[in-house]
Design a protein around this ligand. Structure first.
Ligand SMILES: O=c1[nH]cnc2c1ncn2[C@@H]1O[C@H](COP(=O)(O)OP(=O)(O)O)[C@@H](O)[C@H]1O
Ligand SMILES: [Ca+2]
Length: 417
């Protein structure tokens, strides 16, 4: 029997050291990789369950974004306003480990508002169906069942008797439940006025970039609807916080920050409700100076209704809805692009409005806007930005509200986070 030379042990040692080192290295790398993967997975799973996020090739590339492997998800928000119902279909994209970004919005509006069907709720369904069809065409089939569908109603339904409003919401809920989208029990509701103002503030500040950039100063927002009007801004002056009556300050938590906002919604001071209030008291005598007569009535209607803050003079404000529409109607801004004006322009335009035949309300509407802004505390030389869209997205409360809704879905799925 041949004896195996003993230098085998030496050879084994020579091989074992590098092998052992390699195995250790392998285990270390595998551990790091697993640890990283489970950490990021935990982050994704929060939103994955709630929003149906999944990895797909990009369907619509936002400008300047490479079509990488990333998640896409959608959210549908119906705005049941007092003068019309609108659908906003939002497409979001998220790179691994990053915050979602809004990549596209599809928008469609119908008139009249839901409250017009208060006495015949069945008639409300074709319009809702039509807007749902827009969502079906816009969102790829695979995403339907994971896409949250929500309707929030504003002043029109707030002003209806409770029972009538509930019947309308119940009808919408039936239609939503029969749709292929993700529909929770809270899918239709009347939004409170503060949430409406705060959501619109979130929208403009998200779209102008101030929410993402700490330290960048925020902008205020002014929304003038048909039935109600909102003013929201982030006070910087202690006096504003001290002097605000109860119900005018609200706390918002967003992207790990807490904002103490001044926000108020005036129900009944929307443009259409103001018209009713103004005209209700006009006596049938011929007007000598239409603007003056009108201004007197508007002043009466607004008397002691609006809280004034000194600080609004110093905050940059974006104004939309009827502020925008009226300014565009009389040529103060470009109807497509929007623009800036000073508050006093509304009064000048009201005085010189010479087309009462073509639009009998213009003078009154401009006067109302002018006096409303003065009541808020804006001086005539205050510059306002009038915006309908920022980066191709509608400036409306809908985007802020879908953020909030998706966030609450996530928290329901993952209460510990
Ligand atoms: O998403 C939107 N994009 C553009 N304009 C909008 C949008 N939402 C509401 N508006 C505008 O709001 C005004 C009507 O207000 P609305 O019907 O929402 O009343 P409400 O807010 O008092 O319920 C109109 O000037 C309409 O053009
Ligand atoms: Ca509105």
């Amino acid at each position: 029997m041949r004896k195996i030379p003993n230098n085998g042990n030496l050879k084994m040692t020579k091989v074992a050291y590098p092998l052992g080192l390699f195995v250790c290295l392998f285990i270390y790398v595998a551990y790091i990789k697993w640890h990283w993967a489970s950490a990021t997975q935990a982050f994704f799973s929060i939103t994955e369950a709630a929003t149906g996020a999944r990895r797909v090739p990009q369907t619509r590339s936002p400008p300047g974004t490479a079509a990488h492997d990333h998640e896409v998800f959608y959210g549908i928000m119906f705005d049941a306003g007092s003068t019309g119902t609108r659908v906003h279909i939002f497409q979001f994209s998220r790179q691994p480990g990053e915050m979602p970004t809004l990549t596209h919005e599809t928008f469609k509006a119908l008139k009249p508002g839901l409250s017009a069907y208060a006495d015949d709720v069945e008639k409300s369904t074709p319009g809702i169906q039509e807007l749902l069809d827009v969502a079906k065409q816009d969102i790829p089939f695979d995403f339907w069942k994971d896409t949250p569908l929500v309707l929030k109603a504003t002043a029109g339904l707030r002003l209806l008797p409770g029972e009538k409003a509930q019947k309308l919401l119940q009808k919408v809920k039936e239609v939503f439940k029969a749709s292929p989208f993700l529909v929770g029990d809270d899918c239709v509701s009347i939004m409170n006025g503060t949430d409406e103002g705060v959501s619109a503030w979130i929208t403009v500040n998200f779209l102008t970039g101030s929410l993402k950039t700490p330290g960048r100063s925020s902008v205020g927002m002014l929304d003038l609807g048909g039935g109600s009007t909102q003013i929201t801004f982030l006070p910087r002056v202690e006096g504003t916080l001290q002097s605000s009556p109860p119900g005018y300050l609200t706390s918002l938590q967003m992207f790990n920050r807490t904002y103490k906002l001044y926000s108020y919604s005036y129900l009944g001071l929307g443009l259409m409700s103001a018209r009713l209030a103004i005209l209700g008291g006009v006596e049938g005598k011929p007007a000598v100076d239409l603007h003056e007569l009108c201004a007197d009535r508007v002043s009466e209607v607004l008397r002691d209704k609006v809280h004034r803050t000194e600080e609004v003079k110093d905050v940059d404000f974006h104004a939309f809805s009827y502020y925008y529409d009226l300014a565009a109607t009389v040529g103060l801004i470009d109807a497509e692009k929007g623009g800036s004006l000073v508050v006093g322009d509304f009064e000048i335009a009201a005085k010189y409005e010479t087309r009462p035949q073509s639009n009998p309300f213009v003078c009154m509407d401009l006067t109302y806007i002018s006096l409303l802004l003065q009541e808020f505390g804006f001086p005539g030389n205050k510059v306002l930005k009038l915006t309908r869209k920022i980066n191709n997205v509608e400036t409306s409360w809908a985007l802020g509200a879908i953020f909030h809704y998706i966030d609450s879905l996530n928290r329901q799925k993952s209460p510990a986070s």
